[in-house]
Design a protein around this ligand. Sequence first.
Ligand code: AMP
Length: 456
Amino acid sequence: MSFENLNLHPLILKAINDSGYTSPTPIQEQAIPELLAGHDIMASAQTGTGKTAAFMLPALHRLATPSKVPGRGPRVLILTPTRELALQVSEAAAKYGKHLPRTRVVSILGGMPYPLQNKLLSQPVDILVATPGRLIDHIQRGRLDFSRLEMLVLDEADRMLDMGFIDDVERIASTTPATRQTLLFSATLDGAIDRVAARLLKSPKRIQVATQQAKLDNIEQRLHYVDDMSHKNRLLDHLLRDIALKQAIVFTATKRDADTLADNLSAQGHEAAALHGDMNQRDRTRTLTKLRHGGLRVLVATDVAARGIDVAGITHVINFDLPKFAEDYVHRIGRTGRAGASGIAVSFASLKDGINLKKIERFTGQRIASHVVPGLEPRVKSRPGPSAGGASRGAPSIAHKRNRTWANDSGRAATNGNWDNTRGRSFNDSRENTRGNTGGNTFKTSDAPSPYFRTK
Ligand code: AMP
């Protein structure tokens, strides 16, 4: 199926096209038609499945038609358990709504100053993304007018339940019009979520997509510690010479790196080419066709360019640079092990990747076992393998935390040996924060985009 079949507004299709998406994900394919038909839905879909666009695209489609009700209050309200998720959702609204006129997105999050939020809420709003506690505060102070509200989205409802936000969510819902369309997204649709849905949704359609967890089962994940760029290049060359490797996607952090690495690999005799967003569509299509037909053994790509690539011959994914976001890791390694085959996902990690590695392992609930290639051992000491350290779900081993000496990229010894020493925090600062606790998450105000997105 293509996005064109979904009957979305042409300006939304244009934004989808700009994002480089070629086809809807399963959750989008199932949810969008139901939502455009006006049904409530409850969907089991985790982050990484494309669930944000699954509700945001129909929400924006609604906004393309002016409201019949006068007023300045939000027409779409999205409740999320964490600030981090709220910001991602706000960014998605701005991204997919960028061609629509007058689509104003505001996020109201806990831990942010009230005066700015008061000001934002005094102006017209189309999409409001909020964490429940702070929104309740504003509702109680009479700053919200939900008379125009058409759609209420409960994103990651199971987490809101776990975190004790569900009462707030229900109180918020009770202040919105009964005519609203309500959407509930949750990792699982179990008894507790069913009861919430029974109270807030009207004859919802149930939608279920495979969880990320299940998808990773056929992929062997490996970690290689690397000292510096030269070490990385030698390891990559070695891995690519393995005859068991039929086709591989090598991920780099930037488009430029993808070009450079593809050139270097070609110079070393590998059948390699780059794929990234700066290439014109014709070149991208040509490269992908070559990959599909087996005429290319190594594709060096960036996250965006490689999204959705479905080539059965990909036996290996190599994270030359570790992704910044755990969701991207899952997307990347999901490029191998397609169509029931098994696959191998290799990640290179240096000292500075400690935080990202921890996030990835927490997200997947799986510990990545470290491997060493004889003759290409890292100078840095790798952490113990699963047998020594124990591969516990959601909590990577920290057995080696003390008394380690890591050599950093410049060859000097790292001073405190902690994974997180780039931030001066210890590795296990927020280890217990696997679920339902915003207090320790890595959200930084300085990283956050403005809470106010004006899409036009
Ligand atoms: P989500 O599950 O909403 O967090 O989305 C995960 C990632 O998938 C985001 O980075 C989106 O940009 C991306 N994405 C969403 N829809 C598609 C699509 N149809 N094709 C490719 N990537 C997508």
